[in-house]
Design a protein around this ligand. Structure first.
Ligand SMILES: Cc1cc2nc3c(=O)[nH]c(=O)nc-3n(C[C@H](O)[C@H](O)[C@H](O)COP(=O)(O)OP(=O)(O)OC[C@H]3O[C@@H](n4cnc5c(N)ncnc54)[C@H](O)[C@@H]3O)c2cc1C
Length: 377
């Protein structure tokens, strides 16, 4: 494994960093940061050139994702990191010409309609039905935990088209226009106060047959490609680093609870913070390993599960240590709270990370079976 980035990659890192410092603060005044990224071609940098990309290497994308995640800036959209690459691989010419340019220009927002109340880890058991009637499929059923459905223009939808086939072989993948009649989006409020999730209900929604991606009843295999497009997962590790650094800074300048010195002079606090700092270094290398394997043409498997599990559990450990370090004021939210309430927000938010995109238990099964060669339990 090569432990250094090339001079070109380091200079690109500097360019991305200064762009973020210049442009990201303006997003607070309503200017669209992702539209500016689109204008630079960075949103779709890894796409092939004929579809509006820059054919950037895995390592260049890693550098970009790392800088965006560290600065808590949105460097990708669902359209650019998952849907577009799926359409490039499996879509019809009409789907490519109609949708890809609009994704490249960041003109349309997407959501992912995969999970259902009874189907999450065991996604292939999904029950939403799509029945062919002439030129359309009539869709009935329900999705849940659909991030961003409240503002999405399109959904990537998995629905059962053959209930008699084995469960992985009767599912079809659709590009669903969210404006079609019969779709109801109902918000679900999270414990951190945000409203990011939704339930989505379908009642006799008539979806044109031209919205099918890939072969009918082979949508499962299209969906696994969609999920594989998530690259190194560096964001999951580095996304918490700035909060950690802020907590270390806070500990260094805040008087200790017992008289004398600062919080950082307390050996217990310092030890816990050092442990988290080391874990960030380990997690970063795990994500680099995944990107490096991809850059060498290898297909990461349990290595990606390791990076995901370690990174998201580290986020939770970091949030617990941060709450303990800040002490009683860590329960305050809002502008006047320590670190503008970012610590309790991170603590509440971190719970979901080990569930989204594959739970820790499911990932541990993958590590055990494919990484350690253990038998299926
Ligand atoms: C922040 C966030 C965003 C999300 N966004 C979306 C989205 O946009 N679109 C979408 O479709 N879905 C989304 N999801 C849903 C997510 O994909 C599911 O929550 C996830 O796949 C787990 O499914 P589940 O909630 O049904 O839990 P279940 O699968 O019911 O799991 C319940 C528990 O059982 C454990 N378990 C399940 N199977 C096994 C097994 N074989 N071995 C050991 N333990 C097991 C799990 O680890 C978990 O602890 C999102 C979830 C979160 C938290």
């Amino acid at each position: 494994m090569e432990f250094r980035f090339t001079a070109e990659e380091e200079s690109f890192r500097t360019e991305v960093r200064s762009f973020i410092h210049e442009e990201f603060p303006k997003a607070r005044t309503g200017e669209s940061f992702t539209k500016k990224l689109a204008a630079k071609g960075w949103l779709t940098m890894s796409w092939p050139k004929e579809h509006g990309g820059q054919a950037a290497s895995h390592m260049r994308q890693l550098v970009y994702n790392e800088e965006m995640a560290y600065n808590r800036a949105p460097g990708q959209t669902m359209g650019t990191d998952r849907v577009g690459p799926t359409i490039i691989l499996f879509g019809t010419e009409a789907q490519k010409s109609e949708l890809l340019p609009r994704i490249v220009r960041d003109e349309i927002a997407w959501c992912q309609g995969f999970s259902e109340p009874g189907s999450g880890s065991d996604l292939a058991s999904l029950q939403t039905r799509a029945i062919r009637e002439g030129d359309v499929y009539v869709v009935n059923g329900q999705k849940i935990w659909t991030s961003g459905a409240q503002s999405a223009d399109y959904m990537i939808l998995l629905a059962r088209t053959d209930p008699d086939a084995p469960k992985h072989r009767g599912i079809t993948y659709f590009l669903l226009d969210m404006k079609l009649p019969g779709i109801t989006v109902r918000p679900l409020k999270q414990m951190n106060g945000q409203q990011h999730f939704n339930e989505v209900f379908f009642e006799d929604v008539r979806v044109p047959a031209t919205a099918v991606v890939g072969e009918v009843n082979r949508g499962w295999y299209v969906s696994t490609a969609t999920l594989d497009f998530e690259r190194s997962g560096i964001g999951r590790v580095i996304g918490g680093l700035k909060t950690y650094e802020e907590v270390v800074g806070y500990a260094k300048r805040t008087p200790a609870r017992a008289p004398g010195g600062t919080l950082f002079d307390d050996g217990v606090i310092r030890h816990a913070l050092a442990d988290i700092g080391l874990s960030f270094a380990v997690g970063r290398l795990m994500s680099y390993r995944v990107a490096w394997m991809q850059s060498q043409g290898m297909i990461p498997n349990y290595e990606a599960s390791m990076a995901k599990t370690f990174g998201t559990e580290l986020h939770q450990r970091m949030a617990r240590v941060a709450m303990g370090t800040v002490g009683m004021p860590s329960q305050l939210l809002g502008e006047n709270a320590p670190m503008r309430g970012n610590v309790p927000f991170t603590y509440l938010n971190a719970v979901s990370l080990t569930i989204a995109a594959g739970t820790s238990e499911v990932n541990r099964n993958i590590i055990a079976q494919r990484g350690l060669g253990m038998p299926r339990g």
